[in-house]
Design a protein around this ligand. Sequence first.
Ligand code: ATP
Ligand code: MG
Length: 210
Amino acid sequence: MTRIGRFITLEGGEGGGKSTQARRLAEALAARGLSVLLTREPGGSPGSEVLRTLLLGGSIPWSPPAEVLLHFAHRAEHVEKTIRPALAAGTWVICDRFYDSTAVYQGDGQGADRQQIAALIALLDFRPDLTLILDVPVETTVARLATRGGGPDRYESLGEPFFARVRAGFLAIAEREPDRCVVVDGRPAPDAVTASLLAAIEDRLPVPTA
Ligand SMILES: Nc1ncnc2c1ncn2[C@@H]1O[C@H](COP(=O)(O)OP(=O)(O)OP(=O)(O)O)[C@@H](O)[C@H]1O
Ligand SMILES: [Mg+2]
């Protein structure tokens, strides 16, 4: 299937504003007349959502290699059932987290084998056209998670040293892959962050005008 639409991923640590901004970007691009699909990982297809429950529910303490493989299982399903068909139909796809989150959370965060993760990324053979990394300092992550309410999920409960490793992991990916990745400061007010993200998209990808 040929890609006609563009595939944009939003990445970064907890509370950086990915979900907030993914919605805003989807609206802004749709307002320009584009067909847009907003999706997320883990999830985005029926089978992938089932795996999301197994991965984030916390009832099973997965071994690191199994957890990595489960992430690539939901991702393969998401790509084949949802993302590829959408791109082939000319739809732009905005995805809240993708493989960089596995590299960072399982690799940098939890010590899973990075070579194995790199091999699986190569095997998936499905690269985003653009990856927007929302970067915030650890204290911003902590403050935003505190105001969001609800109990901590699996990763939120791991604490500040984990958030710091995650932040450094995303910044290292951006340094290694500057053609694909743009780091955006997630600290300003939501409107300003959306404007920066749209500017990055326009800079990297030709956005058709409505
Ligand atoms: N630019 C911003 N300024 C202040 N607060 C923000 C901003 N963006 C998001 N928030 C708030 O911070 C919290 C986390 O935002 P959001 O859920 O979008 O982050 P996330 O990156 O998707 O987090 P997670 O990785 O946990 O899914 C929410 O309460 C949201 O309303
Ligand atoms: Mg989110």
